[in-house]
Design a protein around this ligand. Structure first.
Ligand SMILES: [Zn+2]
Length: 435
């Protein structure tokens, strides 16, 4: 048996980004013990050669049964799972969120059948997997159930679908979307900041650190988190005032935000540009000063940048948050193409930024650098991290705290952003990487 790829969302990335906005919600209590005669043949449970974490649930088979009333999708797993169902419209879909499942299934195992027109499954987010069912006609999840076969410990997870009137399906979609809107405060704030109907580019401004994580601390008690928040607020205000963009801030107050959440906010907003603002300190090299723009890369451009990224990446741990494993889609060929294209855009923007900043700010002697910053990992959002200056440099501190400096640097940054989008949209449809 040839294992199927872990991520099964081939060719659907843009669609999935939209769906990533939908938080999982419960359909109500799961109906236990719906006993269904399962006619699946279990190939093997030993899974020879299949690498897997000891505690990850593995799906080894999937099949569809249907009669006039119901269509049942049955996954065969090596352990029990519970799922949460959600309905979305246009196109009509059923989404089942599961804990992490390793889908060791042959590709295209399920053909269109009954109420199912298309099926995808795969890792969706950190520790979460998702089954996406495109519906042939309006249908609701009648039940989710899990049953164990005692003889060999196989578990059968069954998603039962029943056809419904268009209006009942629309009600379910509306109900699920309402529940979604109430899902979390952060999402509320985000939703308030951007609109699906608004076609202006979305820019995410990310002031580094915050709350329990002060970032760099300079002599005299100047904190990086305060410097970068003041700058980011000024920049966001300027961008909003231009009327050209929708602007989202990952934080607009002194609050801690995990690195994973920063990336998630950018992806959920389907951002066109992500700008992380920092003002770190490099105590080993107090001579290092001046504005520097970093783009993400596994390979750091120099040792200093590598050390800086390493320290930045510890921000979550410093605040007592478990390091998240980001789902970066490594190994997915479409994702690799997307990432390559995105990095091209990130580099392009970094160049515009440096060109524009040259006249107003003191630049580092190597102003464009690369390192593996976790916050720059969104594979589909052009992202840069700007070190405004270094709190290890006395002269930089003086500038960073000056209102006048803030005024002219935010103006220059807004100019660079304007140039970037003008060029980018002029070239729309001429992607550097053709699919
Ligand atoms: Zn920082």
């Amino acid at each position: 048996m040839r294992p199927a790829p872990m991520t099964a969302y081939h060719g659907e990335w843009r669609g999935i980004r939209v769906m990533a906005k939908l938080r999982s919600l419960s359909l109500g209590p799961l109906l236990p013990g719906l006993v269904i005669p399962v006619l699946l043949v279990i190939a093997c449970f030993a899974l020879p050669g299949a690498a897997q974490a000891a505690d990850t649930i593995v799906a080894i088979n999937v099949g569809v049964e249907h009669d006039e009333r119901e269509t049942r999708l049955v996954f065969t797993l090596n352990g029990p799972v519970t799922g949460q169902a959600l309905h979305t419209g246009a196109p009509a879909r059923v989404i089942i969120d599961l804990p992490e499942v390793n889908f060791q299934l042959p590709a295209d195992q399920v053909q269109a059948s009954g109420l199912i027109s298309h099926l995808r499954y795969g890792l969706f987010a950190q520790d979460r997997s998702r089954v996406v069912i495109d519906l042939a006609e309006p249908a609701l999840v009648a039940s989710l159930s899990s049953r164990e076969r005692e003889a060999d410990g196989a578990h059968f997870f069954t998603i039962a679908l029943e056809p419904v009137e268009e209006t009942r399906f629309a009600d379910a979609v509306a109900r699920d979307s309402r529940a979604l809107a109430e899902a979390s405060m952060r999402d509320d704030a985000l939703a308030a900041q951007i609109s699906e109907l608004d076609e202006r580019p979305v820019i995410v401004v990310d002031p580094g650190h915050g709350g329990v994580d002060p970032g760099a601390v300079a002599a005299g008690g100047v904190l990086e988190k305060d410097i970068v928040l003041a700058f980011s607020l000024r920049l966001s205000e300027r961008l909003r005032e231009s009327g050209r963009y929708q602007v989202v801030m990952t934080r607009d107050e002194d609050v801690f935000v995990t690195l994973g959440d920063r990336v998630r906010i950018a992806r959920e907003a389907q951002a066109d540009l992500f700008i992380s603002i920092h003002a770190d300190s490099i105590s080993s090299a107090p001579q290092v000063r001046g504005l520097t723009v970093y783009t993400g890369s596994e390979q750091a451009s120099d040792a200093e940048s590598a050390r800086l990224a390493e320290r930045e990446n510890r921000a979550d741990a410093a605040a007592g948050v478990m390091q998240e494993r980001l789902d970066t889609g490594v190994g997915d060929i479409l994702m690799d193409l997307t990432r390559r294209e995105t990095r091209g855009f990130s580099h392009g923007f970094a160049r515009y930024l440096v060109d524009e900043m040259e006249s107003v700010a003191r630049l580092n002697r190597n102003p464009v650098r690369q390192a593996a910053f976790r916050v720059l990992r969104a594979p589909d959002v052009p992202s840069v991290l700007v070190e405004l200056g270094y709190l290890s440099s006395r002269r930089d501190i003086a500038l960073l705290r000056s209102e006048e400096w803030r005024g002219k640097t935010t103006r220059a940054m807004a100019e660079a952003i304007g140039t970037y989008f003008t060029v980018r949209f002029a070239n729309r449809g001429l992607a550097p990487v053709s699919p």
